[in-house]
Design a protein around this ligand. Sequence first.
Ligand code: PRE
Length: 297
Amino acid sequence: MLAYFGPQGTFTEQAARGFASPQQELVPFDTVPAALAATRRGETQSACVPVENSVEGAVPATMDALTEGEPLVAVAEAVLPVRFSVLVRPGGGPVRTVASHPHALAQVRHWLAEHLPEADVVATTSTAAAARSVLGGEFDAAVSAPVAVRHYPLEVLATDVADVRDAKTRFLLVRPPGELPEPTGHDRTSVVCTAADKVGALSELLAELALRGINLTRIESRPTKGRLGEYRFYIDLDGHVAEPRVGDALAALHRHCPQTRFLGSYPKAEPGGVVAGNEEFVAAAEWVETVRRGHGA
Ligand SMILES: O=C(O)C(=O)C[C@]1(C(=O)O)C=C[C@@H](O)C=C1
């Protein structure tokens, strides 16, 4: 079974369908922590959750839920284009309230200001939860994934709605630690480090990557929820932990931050990124081995 951030009709469900094997059952959960908790309890083999959007940035619920509780590691990612449909009850009256997930609302702010300026904007747990609530009569319109109309008998007021063309959301498939995906030469590694409160703490971490020629693809900070001013850094980098230089860099991050948590090494969904230089690193490590064995200089 595969848990996903639901209910039925979310963008996350679409991503989950791409990950699932033909016979695998998909199980919706109303929140990201609930989907992850089901996987931690072993009720589902894996969970599909959104992690970042190209317009609105990180999904804090996912970042927090991956850091707190038993470890889970990402084994795959998917990137989906994000465009919305605005759904209303068939024959419904004027739109006084419009609901959606905060990330979705942030991506249609201008459209709402232009087309539904009088409507109150209400946050719901997901885009599909908004559609469900419109069906139940709680709100007048939902900003949803286009697939949501297949699950909720609503009318499409507008389609292809997005303030920013080509917006995309990245999703992760996570599961309890186990065998890692094989390196493909086009991978991403995710870790989270709790940096010490001292001068240069963050630059020390970044220097460990730069010195090894490792490309940083994302860095986000979230408070530890402990002391004010204490932060965790979520780091995505190009490469797989099986690569010597990436393994070496993770060891260095762990030396600086003993609470470093590995969040996975998995194939990248999209081409691009900087993955050069591993051969030199391997060759250099082999040279050191020959020196150690007394065969080189
Ligand atoms: O509510 C949904 O449909 C989701 O899958 C969540 C989510 C998100 O967290 O960003 C996914 C893609 C869109 O950017 C809007 C909402």
